[in-house]
Design a protein around this ligand. Structure first.
Ligand code: GLN
Length: 517
């Protein structure tokens, strides 16, 4: 670990692979690791609001069972005994799944998501459900029905969203890995705001069975971790075909873990790599973001990579395309919350129409209602051709644009988000909020894979997402994310390059969380 990476001193080890190995060699028990995780979560949650639920009893019981199997010398899975948090839009047959929405308050799923079953059979201890933007709609962790999530780097700021609680939990050192979902950036942008690694896999690479649907043609589940090898390990357990998800891909997964071997982690492996730099990514960012993006380019060049100019002229159009397609799919997916089959039902039902209208009005928050209205509008007769069909046509062009770019380069490099984490409450205008996703949505639109990596620290005194906003108080340094995008189904290659990049930049320091305890 680079200077400042102090977590190696904690009983939980420096990262997930380290902890897994300690548990396997019985240097620490899974029970002790799980208990420490739960204690820390309880201690920090009043400040961070990262968790909805902690499942202490069930987790400790499972941890003891893993310890017993290890003691007997039995073969255990690649995540044996390691605590992992999951976003609250992934269903579990225990606890509740709320999507941070009042409409699903108290909802108990009768079944487990495929990835939940896969992680548990690999030995992971799924100890808690993390807070998020309501139905994963948001870029800040502020649209949660039960209050905003706070960034451990600076608790006056957002941790990014929508996988806000997952990012805050890992950044605060509660656990080494947490799952997020990414429809337009919700794994990568919070990873960037929190100095983490966030992987959005190729569409179809990871089963969506049991992920509460937002934009079904865009959604993917992926890990938020402290290191690339941890992301590769968690991803490798989740990836692969699932007959329960009709959009699940049958392409072989390759070996994402093997791809992150010592050779990959040596920055010398960057020699000869063709790194695409879109001119559209070079301007309009926070000066700190521009400076660290420039530093990354210079370092890559210094290690023998070839920087290739590529053009992605539809970068900004991606936002309008995404904000037609995602709400269109969302309004259809959210029609099932009618007050009858799921979650909240109004106390004043009246006739059937009133029951639907009141249950939905009471259950959904402002941003979700905005998306439902938007989606209904763009799908309505008379507007369908002008908006929805148009967006699908642009979607194809965006995909073609990436194909053309990838003919000239192996990966595309850019900032993950145009700014560092902004202050809670500072972005009130929805369109300004949507612009956070300018560098992330197109990977979902094109269905390719992408990863956000730690890019360095910046100063940001104002902290406003909108000009003039922010409290003006002194602020600690904040992390910046750098994104690598690769063609569909190239996760192993992407992760190998990410390993080299991580060694080149140095791993992120650990958030200074003593002020939280
Ligand atoms: N911020 C984007 C939105 O609000 C992306 C969300 C996501 O990836 N789930 O829709």
């Amino acid at each position: 670990m680079s200077a400042g990476g102090g977590s190696a001193a904690t009983p939980l080890g420096s990262d997930l692979v380290d902890l897994r190995d300690k548990i396997a060699s019985r240097a620490i028990s899974s029970e002790a690791a799980t208990r420490a995780t739960l204690d820390r979560a309880e201690q920090l949650n009043p400040t961070l609001n990262a968790f909805h639920e902690l499942h202490a009893e069930r987790s400790l019981e499972r941890a003891r069972a893993i310890d017993a199997r290890i003691a007997r010398g039995e073969l255990v899975g690649p995540l044996a005994g390691v605590p992992i948090a999951i976003k609250d839009n992934i269903v579990t047959s225990w606890g509740t799944t709320t999507c941070s929405s009042k409409i699903l308050q108290g909802f108990k799923s009768p079944y487990d998501a495929t990835i939940v079953a896969r992680l548990e059979s690999a030995g992971a201890i799924l100890f808690g459900k993390t807070n998020m933007d309501e139905f994963a709609m948001g870029s800040s962790g502020e649209t949660c029905a039960w209050g905003p999530v706070r960034n451990p780097w600076d608790t006056t700021r957002v941790p990014g969203g929508s996988s806000a609680g997952s990012a805050a939990a890992v950044a605060a050192g509660i656990c080494h890995a947490a799952l997020g979902s990414d429809t337009g950036g919700s794994i990568r942008q919070p990873a960037a705001f929190s100095a983490l690694v966030g992987l959005k896999p190729t569409y179809g690479r990871v089963s969506r069975y049991g992920l509460v649907a937002f934009g079904s043609s865009l959604d993917q589940i992926g890990p938020l971790t402290r290191s690339v090898r941890d992301a590769a390990l968690v991803h490798s357990v989740m990836a692969g075909h699932d007959h329960r998800d009709s959009t699940s891909a049958i392409e072989p997964t390759g070996d994402p873990v093997g791809a992150c071997d010592a050779r990959a982690a040596d920055p010398a492996s960057l020699k000869g790599l063709r790194v695409g730099i879109p001119s559209q990514y070079l301007t309009g960012n926070h000066p700190g973001v521009d400076a660290l993006f420039a530093r990354a380019r210079a370092q890559l060049h210094g290690h023998g990579a070839t920087l290739v100019e590529v053009e992605l002229p539809l970068t900004e159009v991606g936002i309008s395309t995404y904000y037609v397609i995602a709400p269109a799919e969302a309004c259809s997916n959210l029609a099932r919350y009618d007050g009858i089959r799921y979650g909240h039902r109004t106390a004043k039902p009246g006739d059937l129409f009133d029951l639907y209208a009141r249950s939905r009005s009471e259950g959904f928050g402002t941003e979700v209602k905005r998306r439902i209205m938007l989606g209904t509008y763009v799908l309505s007769s008379g507007y369908y051709d002008a908006y929805y069909r148009r967006a699908l046509q642009v979607r194809r062009l965006i995909k073609q644009e990436f194909d053309t770019a990838f003919a000239k380069c192996d990966v595309i490099l850019g900032p993950t988000a145009p700014t560092p984490a902004f202050r809670i409450g500072s972005v009130q205008d929805p369109v300004t909020m949507y612009m956070n996703d300018v560098y992330t949505v197109n990977a979902n639109i094109a269905g390719i894979c992408a990863v956000s990596l730690y890019g360095g620290m910046v100063k940001d005194a104002s902290g406003g997402g909108e000009s003039g906003a922010g409290s003006g108080t002194a602020s600690p340094d904040l992390p910046i994310g750098v994104q690598l995008q690769a063609p569909a189904f190239q996760e192993p290659r992407l992760l190998a390059i990410a390993c080299a990049f991580e060694s080149m930049i140095g791993r992120a320091p650990v958030a200074p969380i003593s002020h939280l305890s």
